[in-house]
Design a protein around this ligand. Structure first.
Ligand SMILES: Cc1ncc(COP(=O)(O)O)c(C=O)c1O
Length: 381
């Protein structure tokens, strides 16, 4: 029984799944070069936006013939712009295993009214990827389900000779997992997740196939200006060189550049993956040694290395939801973990962000506190 509060505390208690912790070297002074009060269309603004695009390409290893754009409304904006602009040309399969994937299903079936096939799995599980017809259909999926801590293990299930396109929400995967660009036609993410950047803008990465779809297909529904990627049947190239559709925050752009440069300083994508893996292992080692807590992900091969979701499994627990909330509240009150309650629509439990901006020493220091709070809440029941 761990009734005594542990002596050590995480130096940084920020384990939120978005906005995620700033990198450990971050300070506001690093944003001093932001061209505040200047037009984003001035040379200085355009240069910053272009640098953000090309540094993204460099860190993520995105092929030279893929287009990268900075778009409005964060990851949701990027995903909805893709779905509204490109779907409806052929049969669509929608894959979902948690809240955000389910949101894209609602978009496509209820709002766009596309007769799509939805394949869903419960929290902790994943759909049968081998059964997805990636050769013939358009496929929309989430690389890492942030609210269930379940990710696709790789892109091997996606056909190389596909005729449809893949649209992948990679917002809690980019900069922490290997994304096989040859399998992904549209990839989206935002800045506030793995890089710990500021929330505002979305990133959209388009393969040549995605560009071909945009230039050969016009959806039957109207598109608002902030979704429009083409003009007169041609891609608006400027969007992919920094001439954004509307006004971005140059402060957020500067912060993104700082975050990208920090990622480079820790070994780029490889270094970021290693940091996330080490954080996740610190939790897995702890959980494996305890019989009262478990990973929500049923199959370790699909367990996330960013949004690690945990459930309490002790049969002394009377009200699972109240118990998990009380544990999270106690850890927050102790100042050792902020924002680690499970997502509102997910099963009761905890969610501990393990992306690369989080320090492994902090994750490790948090583990004894989980036991302390667990024991305290069992005693308090
Ligand atoms: C998988 C996934 N998709 C989409 C979103 C929404 O992202 P945003 O708020 O950047 O639009 C989130 C946010 O947590 C997410 O985890």
């Amino acid at each position: 029984m761990a009734t005594q509060a542990p002596a050590a505390r995480p130096a940084n208690p920020r384990f939120s799944s978005g906005p995620c912790a700033k990198n450990p070297e971050f300070s506001l002074e690093q944003l001093a070069d932001a061209p505040l009060g200047r037009s984003h269309r001035a040379a200085v603004g355009k240069a910053k936006l272009k640098e953000a695009i090309e540094t993204t390409r460099e860190v993520l290893g995105i092929p030279a013939d893929y287009k990268i754009g900075i778009v409005p409304a964060s990851d949701t904006g990027a995903m909805e712009m893709a779905m509204w602009s490109m779907l409806g040309a052929r049969k669509v399969e929608m894959l979902a295993w948690e809240s955000f994937g389910a949101g894209w299903v609602t978009d496509v079936i209820k709002q766009l009214k596309i007769d799509a096939e939805a394949k869903t799995a419960d929290y902790g599980e994943i759909v049968d990827l081998a059964g997805v017809d990636t050769k013939n259909n358009d496929v929309v999926f989430t690389w890492n389900g942030t609210t269930s801590g379940v990710r696709v293990p790789n892109g091997d299930w996606i056909a190389d000779d596909r005729e449809g396109i893949t649209i992948c929400d990679a917002t809690s995967a980019a900069f922490a997992m290997d994304l096989p660009w040859d399998k992904l036609d549209v990839t989206t993410f935002s800045w506030q997740k793995v890089l710990g950047g500021e929330a505002a803008h979305g990133m959209i990465v388009l393969s040549p196939k995605a560009v071909a779809r945009l230039e050969s297909y016009t959806p039957a529904w109207p598109l608002p200006k902030i979704f429009r990627l083409t003009k007169g049947g041609k891609l608006i190239d400027g969007i992919f060189t920094g001439a954004t559709i509307n006004t971005p925050s140059m402060l957020a752009v500067e912060d993104y550049l700082v975050a990208l440069n920090w990622a480079k300083s820790v070994g780029g994508l490889k270094g970021m993956i290693a940091r996330a893996d080490a954080n996740t292992k610190a939790i897995a080692d702890f959980v494996d040694a305890k019989d009262w807590i478990a990973n929500l992900a049923v199959d370790p091969a699909t367990a996330s290395n960013t949004s690690v979701c945990l459930k309490f499994t002790d049969d002394r627990i009377q009200d699972g939801a109240a118990f998990a909330k009380a544990v999270a509240k106690r850890l927050e009150a102790e100042g050792v973990a902020l924002d680690i309650g499970a997502y509102r629509d997910a099963p009761a439990g905890l969610r501990i962000w393990c992306g690369g901006t989080v320090e492994t020493a902090d994750v490790a220091a948090l583990m004894p506190w989980l036991e302390y709070a667990f024991e305290a809440e069992i005693a308090a029941q």
